[in-house]
Design a protein around this ligand. Structure first.
Ligand code: DX5
Ligand code: ZN
Length: 222
């Protein structure tokens, strides 16, 4: 059974000085999820948004705040992000020495739980725990920066995870999604496509979301 496809715009490539307007633009395209990229300068070689920005975004929208923690200590920061308004917390398996207690901790905060894996992380690292999470986030670039090229060699990993998931779980793909690569991710089994630069870097964000959705569904791109 295939799940409906959604686009989750990543605010990393939005105009940070006009975040509320950027959010309104993608809301007008009918998106349900916003993807928030949190970086700590340790797990990835970059810094991005933190707890106060998530709280500010929350004040301006009722969209589902899909919070991607690219940080070395997700157990320490999960609660502040939930208090700020996150609706899901996704941690990276590469930093989780005890994923099962971490999943339980996040779930007790009352939000959805996600696990992410980098392009060089074998699928076997998550197979034991995919049944315990709500979201599996497959990175198709090495995280840290927007605007990178989709790594097609990650497609077999998306297919392998898709075979393990229940219909109520989300298979999300993050990195280099555009109108050419969106159909590949969906064909491999993804239902949620994160897109940063393809939505916000040029043109009209709402039109960009519509074009991505159309491409992802295999329709004509206007
Ligand atoms: C990568 C982030 C992504 C990224 C997506 O470090 O996790 O969410 O910003 O940006 P694009 O769509 O430009 O690859
Ligand atoms: Zn992300």
């Amino acid at each position: 059974m295939s799940r409906p496809v959604r686009i989750a715009p990543s605010l990393l490539d939005a105009d940070m000085g006009r975040l509320a307007e950027e959010i309104r633009a993608v809301e007008s395209a009918g998106v349900e999820w916003l993807h928030l990229d949190v970086m700590d300068g340790h797990f990835v070689p970059n810094l991005s948004i933190g707890v106060p920005v998530v709280a500010g975004v929350r004040r301006h929208t009722r969209l589902f705040l899909d919070t991607h923690l690219m940080i070395t200590d997700p157990a320490r920061y999960a609660e502040p992000f939930v208090k700020a308004g996150a609706d899901s917390i996704t941690f990276h398996i590469e930093v989780a020495s005890q994923p099962v207690p971490l999943i339980r901790q996040i779930r007790e905060l009352g939000v959805r739980v996600g696990v992410s894996l980098n392009p060089d992380c074998p699928v076997e690292r998550v197979l034991d725990i995919v049944g315990l999470v709500d979201i599996v986030l497959v990175m198709t670039v090495f995280p840290g920066f927007g605007g990178q090229t989709f790594m097609r060699d990650c497609l077999p990993k998306i297919e392998a995870i898709a075979r393990c998931l229940r219909p109520d779980q989300t298979l999300e793909v993050d990195g280099g999604v555009n109108i050419e690569t969106a159909p590949l991710a969906v064909a491999a089994g993804a239902d949620t496509l994160v897109a940063g630069s393809a939505v916000f870097r040029s043109g009209d964000p709402a039109a960009n979301v519509s074009a991505l959705l159309s491409a992802a569904r295999g329709g004509p791109v206007k």
